[in-house]
Design a protein around this ligand. Structure first.
Ligand code: HEM
Length: 391
């Protein structure tokens, strides 16, 4: 304790580092990622990335030729929270002079350090730019699921516990990308068959996704730790966030359609939003394979980065009652839209209750990284309806 007689030390003691996974364990569920377990030794040292940055600077700083690969290889080998001050500073000093575009969108995700929030955790600016460029939600979700399946399948040989998760991810991918083979019994057989089925699905899914989307997905995986499970967690969050953003846009557009008397258009938009929300059930099946102790490591390293900060999620809950008020004020018959609004409300409520259930299973009653009471907060939030006046 500091008193008048014991002056404060000139520098406060550094906070204790949060625990991380043991990179010596077998990679996969409950263990390290492949990048952490089997790194190129040169990637453990920041000097490769620093040298690549130096060359890039000397070479004219062309954003299109930024050495993403060298920087990401180091980040993934050691975990973002273990990246040293020298590389962080080198990346931070770039920010003010980088022109608008992918690099400017991407940098916040790698320079956020202890000030990181939910948006910098998942790479929101990159996905917001993709949406503005008209990339569409389906290709983004397909690319994220394809990457998730690839990550899981790559560790299957060493971690048989990963089979359940890999199967769940493969089912989610085949369903989202409209590929044959969802629930195909072949994937229930041995590990080799499952790995082959994953490779086929990932290849087919990626073939249908524009290169710009694949690139964005590839760059936006910067886990704070060396945990394999954190890679899955980030992909799952990014998928949900893409869904939230799409639903928020649909509700906004449906409100406009209602205001201008276009019931068919509003119905179509709300049905699409319902489909997107209902589609998250397969992604929850992947998330529930999260081991408790693996999530404890992720939690300890992501304090202050909670989805409670999600702008798109808040927009949905804030704008839905406005949609209903617009309907009540306008000329359309309420009965024309009530069923589809009710379906969206039901799907949204089911999603929130599933999230609450997963939270109970994985962390129990402890506080959230966003500072709420945790499960009890979520239990109450699950009862908040999108259209409370619907009856
Ligand atoms: C094991 C996985 C997860 C656990 C244990 C968990 C836990 C929590 C907790 C405790 C909260 C309360 C806010 C806080 O204090 O942080 C919360 C909020 C929230 N979480 Fe999760 N979460 C998990 C996965 C996810 C995923 C994958 C998403 C997808 C984006 C997500 C979306 C949300 C949202 C939108 C909120 C705000 C809810 C509201 O305010 O109504 N969570 N989560």
């Amino acid at each position: 304790m500091t008193t008048a007689l014991s002056p404060a030390p000139a520098t406060a003691p550094a906070p204790a580092p949060a625990p991380d996974v043991d990179p010596g364990r077998a990679p996969g569920v409950g263990g390290p990622s492949l990048a952490a377990a089997r790194p190129d030794p040169a990637d453990l040292d920041p000097r490769r990335a620093l040298r690549a940055l130096e060359h890039w600077r000397a070479d004219g700083r062309d954003a299109a030729r930024f050495p993403y690969r060298a920087v990401l290889a180091h980040y993934r080998a050691v975990g973002k929270n273990a990246v040293g001050a020298e590389l962080l500073t080198a990346l931070r000093t770039l920010r003010p002079s980088v022109p608008e575009g992918l690099l400017a969108d991407w940098l916040p995700q790698v320079v956020d350090g202890a000030q990181g929030d939910y948006d910098s955790y998942l790479g929101s600016p990159v996905y917001a730019s993709l949406a503005r460029s008209g990339a569409g939600t389906e290709p983004v979700i397909t690319a994220l699921l394809a990457d998730l399946v690839a990550i899981e399948a790559a560790t299957l040989a060493g971690a048989p516990a990963g089979r359940a998760r890999t199967r769940a991810a493969l089912r989610a991918l085949t369903a989202a990308a409209g590929l044959p083979g969802a629930g195909d019994p072949a994937t229930e057989d041995g590990t080799d068959e499952l790995v082959r089925a994953c490779a086929d699905a990932v290849g087919a899914a990626r073939d249908a996704v524009p290169a710009g989307v694949l690139r964005a997905v590839e760059l936006t995986l910067t886990p704070t730790t060396r945990s394999h499970d954190e890679q899955m967690f980030i992909r799952v969050i990014q998928i949900f966030e893409a869904v939230f953003a799409a639903v928020a846009r649909s509700i906004g557009a449906a409100t406009e359609a209602v205001a201008t008397g276009r019931a068919d258009r509003a119905r179509e938009l709300l049905a699409d939003a319902t489909r997107q929300v209902a589609g998250t059930s397969g992604v929850f099946r992947v998330l529930t394979t999260m081991p408790k102790d693996a999530f404890a490591v992720i939690r300890a390293n992501t304090d202050g980065r909670s989805a409670v900060q999600s702008t798109a999620y808040r927009t949905i809950e804030r704008t839905s009652p406005e949609l209903h008020r617009t309907l009540l004020r306008g000329t359309l018959d309420q009965a024309e839209l009530a069923p589809v609004m009710g379906e969206l409300d039901t799907a949204w409520g089911a999603m929130k209750r599933t999230h609450w259930g997963v939270t109970m299973k994985v962390i129990g009653q402890v506080r959230g990284t966003g500072g709420t009471a945790g499960a009890s907060y979520l239990r109450e939030a699950a009862d908040v309806r999108l259209f409370p006046a619907l009856g």
